[in-house]
Write a protein that binds this ligand. Structure first.
Ligand code: NDP
Ligand SMILES: Nc1nc2c(c(=O)[nH]1)N=C([C@H](O)[C@@H](O)CO)CN2
Length: 235
C-alpha cells in the first residue's frame, strides 16, 4: 500500500482542501482535526483516517505518535498545516498567547519531525515535510506579534531539518499571504486586504494545492520557502 500523507489541522479550509485533493487522486491520507465538522463524517465514509487531536492537550503528541505507529509503518509526507491566527488584541494574557503560538506553530512540527522521522525514512521514495508558514515571516506583524514570531521559528526549523534529513527527506515551507478569507471578515477588511498584493485576488485553496504538489514532485528543492503571496512584497 502507498504510504499515507499526514496532514494536521485538516478539518476545514486549506487542510480539508488538501485532504480532498489527495483522496481524489488516490493518495492515502491520515489527517488530524480538532473540531468535528460535518466534513469529517464525509471523509470517514471515503475511508480517510481522521484522528481527533487538540495539540494544546497534555500527551497529545505522544497519543498521536502512538496512533500513527499502530496503523502505519511508513509515511510519504507530513504537512504541518494546523494553526491558530491569534492576536494580542484578543489575548491580554500575552504569556499564554506566546506559549500557544509557539506550541502549535513550532513545538508540534519540531516534535513530530523528530519522532516520526523513521516512518518517513521507511517511505519507498524520497519523503517530504512541508511547513505552512506565512508571508509575515519576512516582515513581522504588529497586530500578530507572537503569531509571526512562531511562524518565523517554523521557517527556521525548515532549514535545520532540511540539513538533518537530506537526501532522504526533503523539508520545505510554503509562505502564503491571503489565500482564503474567514467567514467573519467584513467587506471593508476584504477590500483593504486585497489591495495589499499586486494580484489583488483571493486565490483560494487551489494555490496551496498546486504549491504542495510542486514540492512533492520535486527531486531537488529542499530547505526552501515557497512564497505564495500575489507579489505582496512589491506593493
Ligand atoms: N487562510 C489564509 O489566507 C492563510 C493561511 N496561512 C496558513 O496556512 C495554513 C492553513 O490556513 P487555514 O486553512 O486558514 O487555517 P485555519 O485557521 O483554518 O486553521 C487550520 C486548523 O488548525 C486547527 N488548530 C488550531 N489550533 C489547534 C490546536 N491547538 N490543536 C489542533 N488543531 C488546531 C484548527 O482547528 P479548529 O477548526 O478546531 O479551530 C483549524 O481547523 C495555516 O498554517 C495558516 O497559518 C497563512 C497565510 C494565509
Ligand atoms: N491559521 C491561520 N493563519 C492565517 C489566516 C487564517 O485564516 N488562519 N489568515 C491569514 C490572512 O489571510 C492574512 O494572510 C491576510 O490578511 C494569515 N494567517
Amino acid at each position: 500500500m502507498t504510504a499515507p500523507i499526514l496532514i494536521t489541522g485538516a478539518g476545514q479550509r486549506i487542510g480539508l482542501a488538501l485532504v480532498e485533493h489527495f483522496v481524489a487522486n488516490n493518495q492515502p491520507v491520515v489527517m488530524t482535526y480538532r473540531t468535528r465538522y460535518a466534513a469529517i463524517d464525509a471523509l470517514e465514509e471515503q475511508g480517510v483516517h481522521c484522528i481527533q487531536v487538540d495539540f494544546d492537550g497534555a500527551e497529545a503528541l505522544t497519543r498521536l505518535e502512538m496512533t500513527i505507529r499502530a496503523h502505519y509503518d511508513s509515511l510519504r509526507a507530513i504537512i504541518h498545516n494546523a494553526s491558530s491566527w491569534d492576536c494580542e488584541a484578543n489575548n491580554p494574557d500575552f504569556n499564554q498567547l506566546f506559549d500557544n503560538m509557539m506550541r502549535i506553530h513550532a513545538k508540534v512540527p519540531y516534535q513530530l519531525n523528530l519522532t516520526l522521522a523513521d516512518l518517513l525514512l521507511a517511505s519507498e521514495s524520497v519523503a517530504d515535510i512541508i511547513h505552512l508558514t506565512d508571508y509575515v515571516v519576512e516582515t513581522g506583524s504588529p497586530k500578530h506579534i507572537a503569531y509571526a514570531a512562531s511562524k518565523a521559528a517554523l521557517d527556521n526549523l525548515t532549514k535545520s531539518f532540511a540539513s538533518k534529513y537530506a537526501p532522504n527527506i526533503k523539508v520545505n515551507a510554503i509562505a502564503p499571504s491571503l489565500i482564503i478569507f474567514n467567514q467573519h471578515d467584513t467587506p471593508e477588511y476584504k477590500a483593504k486586504t486585497l489591495k495589499k498584493s499586486l494580484m489583488g485576488i483571493e486565490p483560494g485553496c487551489k494555490e496551496i494545492i498546486r504549491s504542495v504538489e510542486l514540492l512533492l514532485n520535486s527531486d531537488y528543492i529542499t530547505g526552501r520557502s515557497l512564497p505564495v503571496d500575489g507579489g505582496r512584497h512589491l506593493k
